[in-house]
Design a protein around this ligand. Structure first.
Ligand code: CP
Ligand code: NVA
Length: 315
């Protein structure tokens, strides 16, 4: 059977948000990620991006995204450059279109992590090479490819399982809603009033869910969300850029901690995910994070395989 990561159907596309892709296309990316992981473990080289370069622009910090894209590019035979927004002329007012029109002359792809989704869209509009969204305030699409890959590894399937997200209806929750809707995964988000996911994202996801049969719910009570859940997911209470709200959010989200008491209410054998970085003792306890149901470091590892799949298919 032809290798999924050699498939050319996504060549040249941008990866800005999950909603731009069909269920079949997401299936292809996840399949490619599983293949690349297997080959890496077996010591089979796959230098499909030999001679290609990826520029990585960061206006926010990163551990996993930065390292996994850089290492992933190396393993695919290419080269990745870290472009801190502090150090390129973007910071001194060079426009995004001019940055795009310059970088496309050197690079074969750009990965960008920044605040405003519109900036990522603008970069993609002016760059003729693929642009990959490495997180914005709105979405975190590369993360959730690794997340569903991890769930599939541990539970053996996606369709019909139930994911409970406990916490802020933020970028990670948005991308999870979009991908769960596309892949037929039921998802319930429990969040405090005022911290619900964007109504526009929910409406878009509900349209996809109508086709796949996924049930998407937003509730207030974490106990209600974890009932019958096969996977329990949480994220920081205060995301990057919200540092000033940290104290106030810690109060609002107090009930939304993934601890062993809450986990007991999910299905036995439910897996626990966290995109990381974690604030242990806030949104997740040590006991859960280091416990037998936690798959958070498999999930972190799978960022590498997922990003390689995205780059191999697009670039
Ligand atoms: N989950 C994630 O994107 O991690 P980093 O912020 O370390 O890249
Ligand atoms: N919601 C978090 C995710 C970190 C990977 C943030 O945006 O900071």
């Amino acid at each position: 059977m032809a290798k999924a990561y050699l498939n050319k159907s996504l060549k040249g596309r941008d990866f800005l948000t999950i909603s731009d892709f069909t269920s079949q296309e997401i299936r292809l990316i996840i399949d490619a990620a599983h293949e690349l992981k297997k080959e890496l473990k077996e010591g089979i080289p796959h230098p499909v991006l030999q001679g290609k370069t990826l520029g990585m622009i960061f206006t926010k910090p990163s551990t996993r995204t930065r390292v996994s894209f850089e290492v992933g590019m190396y393993q695919l035979g290419g080269y990745a450059l870290f472009l801190s927004a502090q150090d390129i002329q973007l910071r001194r007012g060079e426009s995004l279109p001019d940055t795009a029109r310059t970088l496309e002359r050197y690079l074969d792809g750009i990965m960008i992590r920044t605040f405003d989704q519109k900036d990522v869209e603008e970069l993609a509009q002016y760059a003729s090479i693929p642009v990959i969204n490495g997180l914005t305030d709105l979405v975190h699409p590369t993360q959730v490819i690794a997340d569903l890959m991890t769930i599939e590894e541990h539970l053996g399937k996606l369709k019909g399982i139930k994911l409970a997200f406990i916490g802020d209806g933020n970028n990670v929750a948005h991308s999870l809603l979009q991908i769960c809707a596309k892949m037929g995964v039921h998802m319930t988000i429990a969040c405090p009033p005022g911290y619900e996911p964007s109504a526009e994202i929910v409406a878009g996801a509900r349209q996809d869910a109508a086709e796949t049969g996924a049930v998407l719910e937003i509730v207030e009570d974490p106990l209600e969300a974890v009932r019958d859940a096969d996977a329990v997911y949480t994220d920081l209470w205060a995301s990057m850029g919200q540092e000033k709200e940290q104290e106030q959010r810690a109060k609002v989200f107090q009930r939304y901690q993934v601890n062993s008491g809450l986990l007991k209410k999910a299905n036995p054998g439910a897996v626990v995910l966290h995109c990381l970085p974690a604030h242990r003792g806030e949104e997740i306890t040590d006991e859960v994070m280091d416990g037998p149901q936690s798959v958070v470091f498999d999930e972190a590892e799978n960022r590498l395989h997922a990003h390689k799949a995205i780059m191999a298919l697009l670039m």
